[in-house]
Design a protein around this ligand. Structure first.
Ligand SMILES: [Zn+2]
Ligand SMILES: [Zn+2]
Length: 568
């Protein structure tokens, strides 16, 4: 959380220096902001070891600023510029196509400092008349604003909050004041975005335990404090409910507060039709509790199998649980490899060695290094020669670090559907992911035929982030997904489930739709730095929410069987 705060400050410094015309400073701040958000540990620890200068992009001047922030909670240079530009950069920047220059022009000409101000200016058509804007730009900003708003102002991608939520849980566990701390709600169901956090706990002394929570570093303010429920605002930007529960009702409360609402309504009706009553305190028959301590006894007493939280959306899981034919969905611990990883060599932040070392620490058995190909200029894509050099290093690092790193590529599908690299170099690769990043058309058949051509090329193992959507920023590409799924099945090409928190692509409902088509799925973190490697957990969560079994996910194979499967 601290790292994110600091990274945001440097990012705003970069924006403001760019407006000031200080190109060099702006670039330096931009770089250090990216480095800090990619750190695998709290920057305060690094500072304590006196190793700030080891961070990419940190020189003398920036080191001083970081120290100032750690010690005083402020950076003078930032405060001074912020007086000149009192702008909500963080949220305005979320709009597709909105850079510092445009934000500055909106501020100096129309005094716009935030999203509501911008929305108002759009409604009164004051943007189109600005120099350098025009009717088309106004339209683009307006539709970007709609995408941002439709994501809901307070929902954030699970992957952006998950680390912090687990930190809060660990903090409460370690305080010694709680007997049990469980995260419920949409976080437990591993929804792709969450709107708040629900924590259920048991403790002997509720007052002391509650105090430990409200006075912790994670809380920015108390909203309501009752006897058994405390609502706070988290620094994370969302609210959190902490509820104290009696041991005898814990399962019922967990079931109730995990949701989803639709799932719970259906479950409660089943209880009623069996002559019972279910609420957050227990399952009752004639006012006598027949279950309540654990969730599984509640489901059992209702005549059905236990339902994993990720499946609780009332989309057929209850009916399947009654019949006893829920699928054995893939487990988090079954994932052995990560099939989409970038390094510094294209647009990542960490070196090959650093990515491998972290992957190994995280318990992975293998990892495919999939840097961008040359056609993606903005990501410093590699050409044949650079890939050959990279591939040598991958082999060398694999044996030196005793880890299976594989040679791969995230390959551009070009405008006409041909592939960005030639047959020869692609045949030297272990694993080829193809993806659309550029020349996206408004015409469904145009986009679809490019992807189909790549699938049929015989040179591609999988299609990365197939829909191209970015949560809160970009709608999915117009694609005929049923055709793509069908052609993947015919050609033995995998569809990726990308675990990047903003991508979450494929989305779970499409995974579910493709589940019985005969295709297999490949999971990738799309990590661009060491901390991004944990995204593989969110990819796995989507697979679970899409009802996939272990055998449908190629990452569950051990290294030898994975190697066999991908030999083209
Ligand atoms: Zn990509
Ligand atoms: Zn990627």
């Amino acid at each position: 959380m601290f790292n994110e705060e600091l990274a945001e400050i440097f990012s705003e410094l970069a924006d403001m220096e760019e407006i000031e015309g200080q190109k060099w400073e702006s670039l330096a701040y931009r770089k250090v902001s990216a480095s800090i958000s990619g750190l695998g540990e709290d920057i305060r620890e690094i500072s304590r070891r006196n190793e700030l200068r080891k961070i990419d992009g940190v020189g003398n001047a920036i080191e001083k600023k970081i120290r100032q922030y750690i010690e005083d909670g402020r950076i003078e240079a930032y405060d001074n510029l912020k007086k000149k530009y009192p702008i909500d950069f963080k949220n305005l920047r979320k709009l597709q196509g909105m850079g510092p220059k445009k934000i500055a022009a909106l501020y100096t000409n129309l005094g716009i400092t935030d999203i509501p101000g911008l929305a108002e200016a759009i409604n009164s058509h004051r943007i189109a008349g600005l120099p350098g804007f025009g009717v088309k730009t106004e339209k683009n900003i307006s539709s970007a604003l709609n995408v941002l708003m439709s994501a809901g102002p307070t929902r954030i991608p699970l992957g952006k909050a998950y680390g912090d939520i687990m930190e809060i849980k660990n903090f409460l566990d370690r305080s010694g004041l709680f007997d049990k701390v469980v995260i419920a709600g949409s976080t437990r169901r591993m929804k792709e975005t969450i709107g708040d956090v629900d924590i259920l706990a048991t403790a002997r002394d509720w007052t002391r335990a509650g105090n430990a929570f409200t006075s912790s570093d994670y809380v920015s303010g108390i909203v309501v404090r009752g006897d058994s429920k405390i609502t706070v605002n988290l620094k994370l930007g969302i609210t959190c409910d902490l509820r104290f529960i009696d041991e005898g009702s814990f399962g019922a409360a967990l079931q109730y507060f995990t949701g989803s609402k639709e799932h719970n309504i259906n479950i409660r009706n089943i209880a009623i039709s069996s002559g019972m009553k279910l609420n957050e305190y227990g399952l009752y028959r004639d006012h006598v509790q027949v279950a309540g301590k654990t969730e599984s006894e509640i489901y059992r007493k209702l005549g059905m199998d236990y339902i994993e939280p990720e499946l609780r959306e009332n989309t057929g899981e209850i009916e399947a649980a009654i019949k006893g034919d829920l699928p054995g969905i893939v487990g988090y611990e079954q994932i052995r490899g990560d099939l989409h990883v970038h390094t510094k060599d294209s647009d990542g932040l960490n070196t090959l060695d650093e990515m491998i070392t972290r992957g190994k620490e995280n318990g992975l058995e293998y990892m495919v290094i999939t840097n961008h190909s040359e056609g993606l200029k903005v990501a410093n894509g590699l050409d044949d020669a650079r890939f050959r050099e990279m591939n040598q290093r991958i082999e060398e690092a694999s044996s030196r670090l005793a880890f299976h790193a594989l040679k791969g590529v995230e390959l551009e599908i070009l405008k006409d559907g041909t592939l960005d690299l030639g047959r020869q170099i692609l045949e030297e690769m272990d694993f080829v992911l193809a993806s659309l990043h550029q020349y996206i058309s408004n015409d469904e058949s145009e986009n679809t035929s490019r992807v189909l051509k790549a699938i049929k090329s015989g040179l591609v193992n999988g299609i990365a982030h197939p829909t191209g959507r970015i949560i809160g920023k970009r709608e999915p590409y117009k694609l005929n997904l049923d055709r793509i799924i069908e052609e993947c099945a015919i050609n033995g090409v995998f569809l990726e489930i990308n675990g990047d928190p903003y991508r979450s692509d494929l989305p779970a409902d499409i995974v579910r739709r493709a589940k019985d088509s005969g295709i297999m799925f490949s999971l990738g973190s799309d990590a661009h730095n060491i901390s991004g490697l944990t995204n593989i957990r969110f990819a796995t969560a989507i697979a679970r929410r899409g009802w996939l079994e272990g055998k449908q996910v190629i990452n569950t194979l051990d290294f030898n069987n994975f190697k066999k499967l991908i030999s083209r």
